[in-house]
Design a binder for this molecule. Structure first.
Ligand code: MRU
Length: 351
C-alpha cells in the first residue's frame, strides 16, 4: 500500500474518495500525530485497512466496503458475466470477513453486489455500475450525515455540555459525522456548546480522533479517561450524551465497548442519552442476542500503544463493542427523523 504524507488531508471534506481505480482515505491509525493518506489499489489492501482500523467507523466501513468491491470490478479481466460475478462475490466475502459487528460493512458489500446482478448489460456495463453504486453509497452517506446533524441539533440547547464516546465524527463517516455531526450542526447554528470526550480504551478513538477533529474545528473539547465519566456526571458537568452506532437491532444499540456503561450512568443521573446513526446502520431483522461482538487481539489491552503495561501471559478479554438495551436510550437520530423512546416499539414493525 502506498502512503504519502499530506498535511491538511483531514479537514471538512470527504474521508474516502475514488480516483481512477484508487481509493484515497486517511490512515486513522496514524492520527493525530501524522496525517497520512492511504492509496488503496486492491481488495487485499482494503481488507487489511479495515482489519487494522486504518479505515473504521460504521458508515465509513459501508462506503469502504462498496469501494472494495469496486476495486475488484475495476481490475477484473473477466470475459463473461459468470467469471465477473465470481470475482465480485469473492471480493465481497473477503471484505465481509474482516470485522463482524458493524452492519454497514455487510450492507455496503451487498448493495453493490445486488446492483451488479441487476444489470442486464455486458461485463463492462456491470463493472461501471458497480463503481457508480459504490460512489453513490459515499455520496448518500455524506448527505445523510448533514441531515442527521440538522435533525439532532434541535435536541441541543445553547450552553450544553455533551459527553461522547469513541469517534462518531467526520473520520467515522464519509463526511461530517453522526454524533459529532449533531454537535457540529448545533455549533454552526451558534449554540455555545462544549464536548467531553471519553478517551475510549483500548484503541483511544476518543483521544486520538474525536479530540483531534473537534480541536481542529475550534469546538471546545475536554478529554477524560473512560473511568471519569461517572464522576463528571455526578458533578453535574454533563447535560447530554450523544454516541454513534455500529448496528441498531430490535432491542438494543451496538456501539464501541464502554457505551453501555456510559448509558447506565446517564440513566442513573437523569441525563438524556442519544444515538445518532443513518438508516444503513439499522438491522431490525435481528436482536441483541444475534449480534457477533468482535473480539480483538489481547495486545490491545496488555499494551498502551506499543508500550507493555501488563504482565506477560495474563488472561485478557477484548470485546470491541457492547450492546445498550433500548431502555437506556432517550432517542435515536437518523437522516429522516428522530425516533423517541415511545417510538421504539415501531422497530419490530419497520424491519
Ligand atoms: O472499532 P471502531 O473504531 O470501528 O468503532 C467505531 C464505533 O464504535 C463508532 O462509535 C461507530 O462506528 C459509529 S461511527 C459514526
Amino acid at each position: 500500500m502506498q502512503q504519502h504524507s499530506s498535511i491538511g488531508v483531514v479537514s471538512k471534506m470527504r474521508m474516502i474518495k475514488w480516483l481512477n481505480g484508487v481509493v484515497l482515505t486517511p490512515d486513522q491509525t496514524k492520527l493525530p500525530l501524522q496525517e497520512v493518506t492511504l492509496e488503496i489499489k486492491t481488495v487485499d489492501q482494503m481488507a487489511e485497512a479495515i482489519k487494522v482500523l486504518r479505515v473504521r467507523g460504521a458508515p465509513l466501513l459501508g462506503a469502504a466496503a462498496g469501494f472494495g468491491v469496486a476495486l475488484a470490478a475495476y481490475h477484473s479481466k473477466a470475459k463473461n458475466k459468470e467469471k465477473l460475478f465470481a470475482e465480485l462475490d469473492e471480493a465481497g466475502a473477503t471484505i465481509k470477513s474482516q470485522r463482524p459487528t458493524a452492519v454497514n460493512l455487510f450492507w455496503g458489500v451487498d448493495r453493490v453486489l445486488n446492483k451488479a446482478k441487476s444489470i442486464k448489460g455486458d461485463v463492462e456495463e456491470i463493472k461501471a455500475a458497480v463503481i457508480e453504486e459504490a460512489q453513490k453509497i459515499a455520496d448518500e452517506d455524506a448527505a445523510q450525515n448533514h441531515a442527521i446533524g440538522r435533525n439532532g441539533s434541535v435536541l441541543i440547547e445553547d450552553g450544553d455540555t455533551i459527553l461522547t464516546h469513541c469517534n462518531a465524527g467526520e473520520l467515522a463517516t464519509v463526511e461530517y459525522g453522526t454524533a459529532l455531526g449533531v454537535i457540529r450542526a448545533a455549533w454552526e447554528e451558534g449554540k455555545k456548546i462544549k464536548v467531553i470526550a471519553n478517551e475510549t480504551r483500548p484503541l483511544l478513538q476518543g483521544a486520538r480522533l474525536t479530540a483531534y477533529e473537534l480541536k481542529r474545528d475550534g469546538i471546545p473539547v475536554t478529554l477524560i479517561t473512560d473511568n471519569m465519566a461517572g464522576y463528571v456526571m455526578s458533578e453535574g458537568l454533563v447535560d447530554k450524551v450523544i454516541v454513534g452506532s455500529d448496528r441498531i437491532v430490535q432491542d438494543g444499540v451496538v456501539n464501541k465497548i464502554g457505551t453501555y456503561s456510559v448509558a447506565v450512568l446517564a440513566h442513573e443521573h437523569g441525563i438524556p442519552f442519544y444515538v445518532a446513526a443513518p438508516k444503513s446502520t439499522f438491522d431490525l431483522t435481528h436482536k441483541a442476542a444475534d449480534v457477533i461482538i468482535e473480539e480483538r487481539k489481547p495486545e490491545e489491552v496488555t499494551h498502551f500503544g506499543t508500550c507493555q503495561s501488563a504482565p506477560d501471559g495474563v488472561a485478557v478479554m477484548n470485546p470491541a463493542f457492547d450492546i445498550t438495551p433500548l431502555k437506556y436510550v432517550s432517542a435515536i437520530i437518523c437522516e429522516t427523523q428522530v425516533y423517541y423512546s415511545k417510538d421504539f416499539g415501531l422497530f419490530k414493525k419497520l424491519r
